[in-house]
Design a protein around this ligand. Structure first.
Ligand SMILES: Nc1ncnc2c1ncn2[C@@H]1O[C@H](COP(=O)(O)OP(=O)(O)O)[C@@H](O)[C@H]1O
Ligand code: SF4
Ligand SMILES: [Mg+2]
Length: 387
């Protein structure tokens, strides 16, 4: 049943949802559009709304997982945060300092604090450079009077140190990327990021291109390094099992927005957004004898250049179908609202989700007489996320 029972439209939240802990990175209403130009005169005809108003907090020492289908804006979000792409609007701070306001020397210092590990360990390492230069390049760019990284010997010493940190041999510094396996190349990518002593690292699908047998080694390495160096991660993946393994809290993204956010155990045990439920139902069961019915999402992911009205998920939502297509789903954008226990969801009907309904929907049946169910379906009132 619904709680509160108001049908008032809800404004999307503007405050970054909080969680207990000491915030390191605070992102508020972050927007990143890619403009679309057309014709001879390159007229601006629209935008790909890759990230469209995202707010969250990452606490010191935390792994914040970001999960969602390909194209939902995860990489754009990570790169915008690191100043690798210019933001369209919104704000972000690290230790209270404005990330987007930094210029010149301050920006250079900021870049050292915030590093990225890329998905593709082959494409992200220059094949013509030996490992010493691949890792040394960043050190050289950040050289100053204090660290003496302009000095080749000092630099090489540090490269060797960080190769050992990621479980490789010092003498590998002389080798070229093609001489390594996929897992080793990803270790080099990690060494390159960590050699600059960052405190915040965006891991953009760091294990997606690796064999399953190697994935857990790299995930465990990342967890060990977090402990050893006091790191904070934004960990991006499209695979929910990977995110579950490594994250403390998880944000589920859909078409440029956060659909749900919660501590990892809570998200997996009691998902409160139909999109999260569908993603979880797609995880294969470890026991092949147990055949699991999957919730199949309708149609393709809509284009972020022209997202659906109201709730962006409404064109594919199984819960909306079960409730008899309530109008509010296509007319009012659901706010990311606080459900308590650090769980936030952007669904008008989150409280209607229950195991019975999920089972019925997965079987392709309906619990509701859909003939007049839309009158009956009342959205739940939104308590604005606390600032
Ligand atoms: N440089 C770009 N120019 C225009 N559109 C882009 C660019 N990079 C990404 N996009 C689009 O932005 C959306 C989000 O992409 P991305 O951030 O790469 O998603 P994800 O990492 O979740 O797969 C996609 O629709 C993608 O096609
Ligand atoms: S608001 Fe409506 S369409 Fe959106 S997720 Fe909830 S039930 Fe589905
Ligand atoms: Mg990506």
């Amino acid at each position: 049943m619904t709680q509160g029972g108001t049908t008032q439209p809800m404004e999307p939240s503007t405050a970054a949802p909080t969680s207990s802990g000491e915030p390191l990175v605070v992102v508020q209403d972050l927007v990143k559009y890619y403009p679309i130009f057309s014709g001879l005169f390159k007229r601006h005809i629209g935008d790909v709304r890759a990230v469209d108003g995202v707010s969250f907090v990452i606490n010191k020492g935390e792994v914040f997982g970001l999960v969602g289908e390909s194209g939902c804006g995860k990489s754009t979000l990570g790169r915008t945060l690191l100043r690798l792409l210019p933001q369209t609007s919104g704000s972000a701070t690290i230790s209270g300092e404005d990330i987007f306001a930094k210029r010149g020397k301050d920006l250079k210092q900021l870049r050292r604090r915030m590093q990225i590990i890329f998905q593709d360990p082959v494409g992200s390492l220059n094949p013509r450079m030996p490992v010493s230069d691949i890792i040394g390049e960043g050190l050289l760019a950040q050289a100053d009077g204090t660290n003496q990284w302009k000095n080749r010997k000092t630099r090489d010493e540090r490269v060797g140190e960080y190769l050992e940190v990621v479980g490789l041999r010092r003498d590998y510094a002389r080798r070229y990327p093609h001489e390594f396996s996929g897992g080793q190349r990803q270790r080099i990518g990690i060494a390159r990021a960590l050699a600059l002593s960052p405190d915040f690292v965006v891991c953009d699908e760091p294990v997606s291109a690796l064999d399953v047998s190697i994935q857990s080694q790299i995930l465990n390495l990342l967890l060990d390094l977090r402990r050893e160096f006091g790191l904070t991660y934004l960990f991006i993946a499209h695979n929910l099992s990977v995110v579950q393994y490594i994250s403390d809290r998880v944000g589920v993204m859909y078409l440029g927005k956060i659909a749900e956010m919660a501590p990892v155990e809570r998200l997996y045990a009691d998902p409160r957004h139909p999109y999260t439920v569908a993603l979880l139902s797609a995880i294969p069961d470890a026991d092949p004898r147990r055949r699991k019915r999957r919730l199949v999402l309708k149609g393709d992911v809509p284009s972020p250049a022209n997202p659906p009205s109201g709730c962006r998920f409404h064109t594919r939502c199984w819960l909306r179908t079960q409730l008899g297509d309530p109008e509010i789903c296509s007319t009012e954008e659901p706010a990311l609202r606080d459900l308590g226990g650090e769980q936030f969801t952007a669904c008008h009907f989150a409280e209607r989700i229950n195991p019975e309904l999920i089972k019925v929907a997965a079987a392709g049946q309906s619990l509701v007489d859909t003939s007049d169910a839309s009158d009956d379906a009342e959205p739940v009132s939104a308590a604005a996320p606390s600032a």
